[in-house]
Design a protein. Structure first.
Length: 723
């Protein structure tokens, strides 16, 4: 019976030879928690220290005191295995002992202590004397494996060591098993080292570049080669949680083109989107979640998917199919997971590098655009702003869009690719994606334009879009839009932030430039007022006096030819006086116009100057400010704006002449340009609005072709003075 600090027995010694066995019970830490009487008696009879090798002592420490003896090391290894629960059957070790009165050899048996639940509680160590080796006496220097006692070293004669090589069956079997395990583990180590070298090569390949697109391609190819997959892909998630970018490996380009649009994250691919974590399937083709494969997609069997997390957020997912070994193993999953961690670091580094390059590029275009705007002398400042936005955003095209009085969103100015196709594009505000930008000043990001329902559908291959408002004070005056076409990486929130900052700087530069222009205009206005006063007080009066004198000579001249000539001279002087009066009116006009019809029309001419690239020539005749009712004046201003806008978008003219005449009750507006003609306009609603306004005013709309090229738009209205 073996006892410890409690009254209950810890374990009962085997009945066979129980009287000759010295037994110690160890807990999981190797501390002796119980010994039997034979252990205690052997210790006391041989001068041992009960405190050093009794209850409460660490038997592992006792073994460590045995020194570097090979037998002691082997015995300690068996004890450690027993403490780990790995010795379900006893292991026997032949050990020497220098205790007097003994043969000098003992069998030490070690076995794990297993409870009813199968858990290891510790170990059981038993010593029994080997009587059949009594003729051999071990030579010891005090470093033999400790038994319950350790007397002083003694000098004895040891027989030839070859006489000790008759191991019992159990140790021999254990030795053979150990050698087999060592061989297998050595093979596993070599295999693991080979795969680790492959992982290191893959990691080095992934981290060797700082361009994000290159990094993504290398991640896919490295993962495919690492686990021996036939196909590999990397799906990058967008802000909406769906797949926005798909990088392939293993499929030829023509097969990828045949598959059509990339997947959006349905079926098996959606598993990693909905619940990010490794997914391993033996046969994906029989999985009920395998949906969404397009026609012509190659057949696939085994599947392994691993998410790539960047700063705790899933950036994308690695998809691997068709293992060359039939199915992916747990080791494959661990390798790809490790590669995904390295890829996350490489992707983050690439994004940081790309972000720094993007900010540097935006700083450059902001400086260039600001300097160009401050330099002045540029007739198309918005073109400068749009070109800078296109370069900064690395966009294919940039647009300035505005919202007119009829809630129609129009692309007024376009730079970049497909400029002619995009210029003049329009849609009602409720159908336009730009409505929140133009109405509320809210920046807009559309990562995947192809997923939006557009009415009418566009033939232009827009893939991604960003738009920010251009403000004048707190008022939205338009939107700057950047487009990327299909095949390009989508925009992200950083692009929106950078474009918003750029447009803010550009708006300030435009305001400062406008302020400087206003100051210059005020100085010019003062000079104009002086010139106008001179024209009015001197030139017109002198011309009027000359005309009166000529008119008086008509009746004093008897020759009909002279009379006719004098009448022509008087008419020419009257026409000159009218032109001078128009010039005087323009010279006295305030920079921002006024409320009269003429000033409103001149404001329309000034507003159209950036789009035209020059200033249209305006002529007025008749009492427009006095005789035209306010309601009709609104129609005239709208018609003039639409006419000049059409000339800017479609005519490619070098000059435009706007002439407004009131004769009796008929008001006529003529817009004449020397461009290529109206052709087939993309915005039919513009001409329809002009025709509707003419009918409301009892007038007409005519589009006339000029001899030598160009367009002549004539709009008429009847003035009702009793309205």
């Amino acid at each position: 019976m073996v006892t410890g600090s409690t009254e209950e027995p810890l374990v009962t010694a085997p009945e066979q030879d129980s009287d000759s066995l010295s037994i110690a019970v160890l807990d999981r830490a190797g501390v002796i928690v119980g010994v039997n009487e034979q252990w205690q008696r052997f210790c006391l009879d041989n001068g041992g220290d009960p405190d050093a090798c009794g209850i409460g002592a660490s038997y592992l420490d006792v073994c460590a005191a045995a020194g570097d003896d090979p037998v002691a090391r082997y015995a300690v290894s068996m004890i450690r295995k027993a403490l780990l629960g790995e010795l379900s059957t006893p292991a026997t070790v032949l050990t020497p002992c220098a205790a007097p009165g003994t043969t000098g050899w003992f069998d030490m048996r070690v076995v794990s202590r297993i409870d009813d639940s199968g858990a290891c509680e510790g170990a059981l160590v038993c010593f029994s004397e080997r009587l059949d080796l009594g003729r051999l006496r071990p030579r010891t220097n005090g470093s033999s494996l400790p038994s319950p006692t350790r007397p002083e070293p003694m000098s004895t004669t040891v027989a030839d060591p070859r006489e000790l090589l008759t191991f019992p069956d159990v140790p021999r079997l254990e030795l053979e098993e150990t050698l087999t395990q060592l061989t297998e583990r050595a093979a596993d180590v070599l295999k693991a080292q080979g795969r680790l070298r492959e992982l290191l090569r893959a990691n080095a390949l992934v981290t060797a570049d700082l361009k994000l697109e290159v990094v993504l391609r290398r991640v896919v190819h490295a993962a495919r080669d690492l686990v021996g997959a036939k196909y590999a892909a990397l799906g990058v998630l967008g802000e909406d949680g769906l797949l926005d970018q798909f990088v392939h490996a293993g499929m030829p380009p023509e097969q990828i083109d045949h598959l059509g649009r990339p997947p959006v994250g349905e079926g098996i691919l959606g598993l990693l989107v909905d619940e990010p974590g490794p997914v391993r399937l033996r046969d994906v083709s029989i999985d009920p979640r395998a949906i969404g494969f397009p026609g012509g997609h190659p057949a696939m069997t085994s599947f392994l998917g691993v998410p790539i997390r960047v700063r705790g957020t899933v950036f994308g997912n690695l998809y691997l199919t068709d293992s060359e070994r039939g199915e992916f193993s747990d080791e494959d999953e661990q390798l790809v997971t490790s590669l995904a961690r390295t890829a996350a670091v490489a992707i983050e580094n690439a994004r940081l590098y790309e972000d720094s390059e993007r900010r540097r590029r935006w700083q450059g275009v902001t400086t260039d655009a600001t300097q160009a705007l401050f330099a002045g002398g540029n007739d198309r400042p918005l073109h400068v702003v749009l070109e800078g936005a296109r370069q900064g955003a690395e966009a294919d095209a940039a647009i300035f869009a505005d919202l007119d009085d009829e809630d129609v969103v129009t692309a007024e100015i376009v730079v970049g690719e497909l400029a002619e196709e995009l210029t003049g594009r329009n849609a009602h505000a409720k159908l336009s994606t730009l409505e929140p930008v133009l109405r509320h000043g809210t920046p807009l990001l559309i990562e995947s334009y192809r997923r939006r329902e557009v009415d009418p559908p566009l033939e232009i291959p827009i893939a991604s879009l960003i738009a920010v408002p251009m403000l004048r004070g707190q008022r939205v005056v338009g939107a700057v839009v950047a487009l990327r076409f299909q095949g390009r990486r989508p925009f992200d929130h950083t692009d929106v932030e950078q474009l918003e900052a750029y447009v803010g700087h550009a708006a300030v530069a435009l305001e400062l430039n406008q302020s400087r222009a206003d100051q210059e205009a005020l100085a010019v206005l003062r000079e104009h007022q002086r010139i106008a006063a001179d024209l009015h007080d001197h030139v017109i009066q002198e011309l009027f006096a000359t005309g009166m004198a000529l008119q008086g000579m008509v009746y004093r001249t008897e020759d009909p030819r002279d009379q006719a000539n004098l009448v022509e001279f008087v008419d020419a002087i009257d026409a000159t006086i009218r032109r001078i009066r128009t010039t005087i009116f323009r010279l006295n006009r305030a920079p921002y116009g006024g409320g009269s019809l003429k000033e409103r029309l001149l404001s329309v001419v000034e507003d159209a100057r950036p789009a035209l690239g020059f200033t249209a020539h305006a002529e007025f005749s008749g009492p427009l400010d006095q005789a035209v009712p306010e309601e009709l004046a609104d129609h005239v201003v709208a018609v003039a704006r639409e006419a000049l806008s059409n000339a800017a978008r479609h005519a490619a003219a070098r000059s435009v002449r706007l002439r407004v005449t009131l004769a009796e009750e008929l008001l006529t507006l003529d817009a004449i340009d020397d461009g290529r003609g109206i052709g087939t306009p993309t915005r039919s609603s513009g001409l329809a609005n002009l025709e509707r306004r003419a009918k409301e005013c009892d007038g007409t709309l005519e589009i006339l072709d000029r001899d030598g090229g160009g367009t002549h738009l004539r709009w008429t209205a009847v003035v009702r003075y009793d309205r």
